[in-house]
Design a protein around this ligand. Structure first.
Ligand code: ARG
Length: 467
């Protein structure tokens, strides 16, 4: 037998890798977090090998017992990960073989290529489940604050210019819509991950009589009726990294969402807006200026979104030029998705905490929303109801706004004589429009900020997501 220079693949080598190469090529320092999934795959794969007669019952029993021991060692932090064994797969196999020599048969009819593809799919199923849970918690927090602030009105903005009045609840429910789409995205991903590549081997399956369905069922890669879901092309199965891209994308969109929410809250928290008071627990002070209370949690959320979006870009760049099938470049894919998952998880919790502790400053909000210009469009609608064509109405109200500016009065205080001069219809009772409660009540169509509509939407979302 050839001298082993590397325990798992050393047969054809006379010398081991250089120290530098070992450290360069190892992935165990980051892929060891796949250990629980790798052990599950080892259990299922060996059970399948016994099922088809490639392992005896005694061998399987010994291997499964050994896997329990290794699993415990890992949980207790007692297994020493050795970069000489490259990755999590070989480290676990080596640790196991040391205590159970029968484990030399464990790698029968598989390759690390289908193994890492299977481990990754289990990781994605787990990561999506965790993320959906965190998103639901975040939605719970947003919904509570929205419910409390149904009566608080603020200006809504376009171009960061005061546009039209909305309730705080309506604004927050926009976030609920955004994050609920994220939930759907992660749920879809969870389903896409649910196909088993095990049995694809390195690239072309195996000549050994394996039972792919058996292993898939053991690992929970099944449809609603319990039928195994198997990938159907061995080359694609080991080369495919779509889930990495999809996960990176889902994290990226969610990051864009929380970054925009953070930006809103940073503005609202500024002295210039003054709409909210942020919780001390999620702010920090300045080392120099004693008066400062900075919205650091929100700024970091905005910053971290760049990191998450960058990871997706890295994945695209890494994968795009690779010939089929597996190439070692792909080892780097995990760095990106693990980081995105970790950062997204902590970001969702921080956002949830910051929003939960946020209170609205009723007086400042009320001052800002009392700007009569916010109801200029309502005045145009009033003219439409009086039979004026909208284009003309728009023009007439524009003239009113200009007049108000010249006279330096609010829009609703343009003298009646001036108004009448601008358009004869303005001889009527056009000032009724400038009542905020009336304005909100006039917006009860689906998706609008009318109070009844908001109650309805709140109820719907609470039913869907509140614990
Ligand atoms: N650590 C490797 C990775 O994550 C596992 C697959 C190794 N396959 C190989 N043919 N060297 O990509």
């Amino acid at each position: 037998m050839a001298k082993k220079s590397q325990a798992t693949w050393g047969g054809r080598f006379s010398k081991g890798p250089a120290e530098l190469m070992l450290n360069f090529s190892e992935s165990v320092s980051f892929d060891n977090r796949l250990a629980p999934f790798d052990i599950a795959v080892n259990r299922a794969h060996t059970a399948m090998l016994q099922h088809v007669g490639l392992l005896t019952r005694r061998e399987l029993k010994a291997i499964h017992k050994g896997l329990d021991v290794v699993e415990k060692q890992i949980e207790d932090g007692k297994l020493k990960w050795d970069p000489a064994f490259e990755d999590v797969h070989m480290n676990i196999e080596q640790a196991l073989t040391k205590i159970v020599p029968e484990a030399a048969k464990m790698h029968t009819a598989r390759s690390r290529n289908d193994q890492v593809a299977t481990d990754s799919r289990l990781f994605f199923k787990h990561a999506c489940e965790v993320t959906v849970g965190l998103l639901k918690e975040l939605l719970g927090s947003i919904l509570s604050v929205a419910e409390l602030n149904q009566a608080v009105l603020i200006p809504g903005y376009t171009h960061l210019q005061r546009a039209q009045p909305v309730s705080v609840a309506h604004h927050l429910l926009a976030y609920v819509e955004m994050f609920s789409r994220d939930i759907k995205r992660f749920e879809k991903l969870l389903d896409d991950a649910n196909w088993c590549p095990l049995g694809s081997g390195a690239i072309a399956g195996t000549t050994l009589p394996i039972d792919r369905e058996f292993a898939a069922i053991q690992l929970g890669f099944v449809d609603k009726r319990g039928k195994a879901r198997l990938t159907t092309n061995s080359m694609d199965a080991v080369a495919d990294r779509d889930l990495f891209l999809d996960f990176g994308h889902a994290c990226g969109v969610c990051a864009v969402h929380f970054s925009r929410v953070a930006e809103d809250a940073i503005l609202w928290n500024s002295s210039e807006f003054g709409y909210v008071e942020l919780p001390d627990a999620f702010c920090t002070g300045s080392s120099l200026m004693p008066q400062k209370k900075n919205p650091d949690s929100l700024e970091l959320l905005r910053g971290k979104s760049g990191r998450i979006i960058g990871s997706l870009q890295s994945l695209y760049t890494m994968i795009k030029g690779l010939p089929l099938t597996y190439n070692r470049d792909l080892q780097e894919d995990k760095v990106q998705v693990f980081d995105s998952f970790d950062q997204l998880s902590v970001c969702l919790q921080v956002l949830s905490g910051t929003i939960s502790g946020m209170s609205f400053r009723a007086e400042n909000c009320s001052n800002a929303v009392s700007d009569a210009g916010l109801l200029a469009t309502d005045l145009a609608d009033w003219l439409v109801n009086e039979g004026v064509a909208f284009r003309d109405a728009h023009h007439i109200v524009g003239a009113m706004v200009a007049k108000a500016e010249t006279l330096n009065v609010p829009l609703n205080e343009v003298p009646q004589a001036d108004a009448k001069e601008i358009h004869r219809k303005l001889a009527g009772d056009w000032r009724v429009v400038f009542d905020l409660q009336r304005a909100m009540k006039a917006r009860e169509g689906v998706g609008m900020p009318g109070p009844k509509q908001i109650k309805k939407q709140l109820g719907r979302w609470k039913k869907a997501y509140s614990a």
